[in-house]
Design a protein around this ligand. Structure first.
Ligand SMILES: [Zn+2]
Length: 426
């Protein structure tokens, strides 16, 4: 089976390519990249006026299976992924049962392979049951297919346990993903601490709850030599701590979500529970710092933290609503807005969604190098569309972007050389 993607603007930041080039795919791999490639008995995919990029990678997704299939499952989640242009997703371990052992990891890998849409890279738990008490069997997790470890959704409170976790993870070359918040400082906070919280009468979460934990984890990474990846950075201070650590050679990478670089705490006005997340939407000053961090490369990864919740879990009083929003189908256009606004070049934007995440979790993806696995996303950058939450392919519809006018859409998504999404056929 041969596919020739013809006439597109190929952007492959890993190889510093931005040029009018064809891509030939054969046997699931990139067979050739060049001009006027021979289309002999190949299926031709016309990419005129389209961008052709390495398949997008999302390193922070909650697929909710096993245990919470009423919110999302591996099938619906990976379908939403490929519709959003993502060919690979890393799924967080806070399922039921928790992915803290090889049985759960194997189940996820097997189910994802059966579904056959996006490639799923499971992330295992740092501690058993996400309880923060005893370390999981990281060697077994790695063997079963886990690419990193995290207790995402919760920090590892105890600094000594986090230190041991990093030493242990390092021996298996597993990156440790930090969910950085000091729960004692968070207290009962439900949104960013500040003027808006005061006006709304909601308890705030101050920025120092995040900065303090990012600082601890960066220092532990420096001390242990572990590879650290900081999830969903939301504060100016966190960006500054990470930037300084990278300058002195600490192995730390970081991600930011589209909602944290697009929205501020103002979105909470009206008590919209679709603006409730953890970490919370921050101040305009924090958003400016995050954008600066993306621009200078301190933050090399854009990740969605795709967090599906049933409407009954959001359609409640702000204080008790669940945290998080879905993001797989809105990440690409929201990232392309950063290009329109002059924050990132187009190539930088694509890098934050491809080689950046691949490098952070050491995944053999993220480029269109000849011989590599043919994960490819074709994008219509001019496609203007209106987001209707009800039309999302995710089982859950919790998005603060309902009704937004967006620009840019994946038109074809190829995983291992197979077309798994075609926008014309939806
Ligand atoms: Zn998460």
């Amino acid at each position: 089976m041969k596919i020739l993607i013809k006439g597109g603007r190929l952007i492959d930041p890993a190889n510093s390519i931005d040029d009018q080039l064809d891509v030939l795919i054969e046997n699931g791999c990139v067979a050739a990249v060049g001009t006027n490639l021979d289309s002999d008995n190949a299926q031709v995919l016309d990419a005129t006026n389209r961008l052709v990029v390495p398949g997008l990678i999302d390193v922070h997704v909650h697929l909710r299976e096993p245990g919470y299939e009423y919110k999302e499952d591996i099938q619906s989640g990976t379908r939403a992924a490929v519709a959003g242009g993502f060919t690979s997703v890393a799924c967080m371990p806070n399922t039921d049962p928790v992915n803290d052992n090889k049985t759960v990891t194997s189940y996820i890998c097997q189910k994802a392979a059966e579904v056959g849409l996006a490639t799923v890279f499971p992330v295992g738990a740092i501690t058993k049951g996400l309880k923060g008490e005893s370390l999981s069997e990281m060697g077994q997790l790695r063997e079963a297919g886990c690419v990193a470890v995290t207790d995402d959704g919760r920090p590892v409170d105890d600094g000594e346990i986090m230190r041991r976790a990093m030493e242990y993870a390092r021996s298996f070359d597993l990156p440790v993903i930090s969910h950085a918040e000091d729960l004692a400082i968070v207290g009962g906070g439900v949104m960013n601490d500040g003027f808006v919280a005061t006006e709304l009468g909601l308890k705030g979460i101050p920025w120092v709850a995040e900065d303090a934990m990012v600082a601890r984890d960066v220092m532990l990474a420096e001390f242990t030599g572990a590879r650290l990846h900081v999830a969903h950075v939301s504060t100016r201070g966190a960006v500054e701590i990470i930037r300084a650590a990278q300058k002195r050679g600490v192995a730390v990478t970081a991600e930011v979500t589209p909602h944290h670089f697009t929205l501020t705490e103002e979105a909470v006005r009206g008590y919209d529970t679709n603006a409730k997340m953890n970490p919370p939407l921050r101040s305009a000053d924090d958003v400016a710092a995050i954008r600066q961090g993306l621009a200078d490369g301190t933050i090399g990864v854009i990740a969605t933290d795709h967090a599906p919740h049933h409407r009954d879990e959001k359609n409640v009083e702000f204080n008790i609503a669940m945290n998080g929003i879905v993001g797989l189908e809105t990440a690409l256009p929201l990232t392309l807005r950063l290009v329109e606004e002059g924050v990132l070049s187009l190539s930088e934007a694509i890098a934050r969604l491809t080689c950046g995440p691949a490098q952070a979790l050491n995944l053999s993806r993220g480029s269109l190098t000849v011989g590599s696995i043919a994960d490819v996303t074709v994008i219509d950058p001019e496609c203007a569309w209106k987001l209707e939450a009800e039309e999302l392919l995710s089982k859950s519809k919790n998005t603060p972007f309902d009704g937004w006018s967006l620009k840019g859409k994946a038109t074809n998504t190829l995983v291992r050389g197979k077309i798994v999404y075609n926008s014309d056929e939806v």
